[in-house]
Ligand binder design. Structure first.
Ligand code: HEC
Ligand code: HEC
Length: 287
């Protein structure tokens, strides 16, 4: 240690001998500058090296396993987000009482690609023997997916089957009672399913799958005097505007978002949802 400081003194002394302006810290500053000049590019090089190391692209592992390009699978993921996530969960984890889990699903694993394609195109009515929720799986996700989009989604469903992970339990989606029959709330006989599909996709998350209302989310609509007393046209207008918390008619202190938060829904579709609500009220309140 001593030897070291003596050496430093010697260097400073040397600079005096050369008759240069004396700054006792000059050599230290120069040394620090040199170290900095050498290490900075080194650090940058390391940083660039780290960043440029090819990060595995999203879906690349899954796509490779399926013999697809990651971009193709990404398309399936986007279509899923648009057409299926509302009922099946953003990661295929399922939404209790509505869409069944699709990630690590025994059903998905057991079906061929054409079988899955067919199911998504045709949907699964509450009357289907495989239906255990009483809820409708709407044809083409109720968003009119093309055949090509359905194929993309099938690829996505394959990609969310994780190798070696056991299949998930479906108990929360089996709503059949001891006699094997399903809850009737959603089993309203409908000549036309469009209103129900749209209701399920845009309103059920807050108002319940049978429009019975959900605590802390949305009021019951099946028994609502407001719904019963309003004309079809008034109801469409109401749903378009919603009922914010600051509205004097708001009773829950919760927001009813304009169009249920789905800006793409049309007046005609809202009319179909209102048609569905009329049917529900008939069965819940006896006409
Ligand atoms: C409006 C809600 C809704 C939408 C949107 C929807 N589903 Fe479903 N789906 C359901 C319901 C409810 C079921 C379960 C019906 C039953 O069997 O009880 C279901 C069942 C399924 C099943 C069978 C699962 C099983 O274990 O039997 C598959 C596969 C499926 N859906 C795929 C999709 C795909 C892919 C999309 C998007 C293109 C989609 N669904 C969009 C509601 C929906
Ligand atoms: C994000 C949750 C949410 C969604 C989605 C939603 N609503 Fe609502 N809705 C509410 C809440 C909360 C209220 C009650 C507001 C209040 O306190 O007055 C409500 C109230 C209503 C009412 C008035 C009921 C009454 O008796 O006063 C109707 C009708 C209605 N919603 C229809 C719909 C329809 C149709 C859709 C789908 C297009 C929909 N809502 C989607 C949360 C939601």
């Amino acid at each position: 240690m001593n030897g070291h400081s003596r050496e430093n003194k010697g260097t400073q002394h040397g600079s005096k001998l050369l008759g240069k302006p004396t700054d006792p810290n000059k050599w230290q500053a120069l040394l620090a500058g040199t170290i900095f000049a050498i290490t900075l590019p080194l650090l940058i090089a390391i940083a660039i090296g780290t960043f440029e190391k090819p990060v595995p692209a999203r879906w690349s592992v899954e796509a490779a396993a399926l013999g697809l390009a990651p971009m193709d699978l990404a398309r399936g993921a986007t279509t899923y987000a648009m057409g299926c996530a509302v009922c099946h969960g953003s990661h295929g984890e399922g939404v209790v009482n509505i869409g069944k889990p699709l990630r690590n699903s025994a059903f998905v694993r057991g079906q061929s690609d054409p079988q899955l394609h067919d199911l998504i195109v045709r949907g699964r009515a509450p009357s289907d023997p495989l239906n255990t929720t009483g809820a409708l799986m709407p044809p083409r996700g109720a968003v009119g997916l093309s055949d090509a989009q359905v194929s993309d989604v099938v690829a996505y469903l394959r990609a969310i089957q994780e190798p070696g992970v056991p299949v998930v339990a479906m108990d929360a989606w089996d709503l059949r009672d001891e006699t094997g029959s399903l809850p009737v709330a959603t089993g309203v006989e409908l000549a036309d399913h469009r209103g129900y599909d749209l209701y399920m996709a845009s309103c059920a998350a807050c108002h319940g799958t049978g429009a019975q209302g959900l605590d802390g989310l949305g009021l019951p609509l099946s028994t609502s005097g407001f719904v019963r007393g309003a004309s079809d046209r008034d109801l469409v207008t109401f749903v378009k505007l919603g009922r914010p918390t600051w509205d004097e008619n708001n009773v829950t202190g919760l927001d009813m978002p304009p169009k249920g938060g789905n800006p793409s829904i049309t007046d005609e579709q809202l009319g179909q949802i209102v048609g569905y609500l009329r049917e529900v009220q008939k069965s819940a309140m006896g006409g």
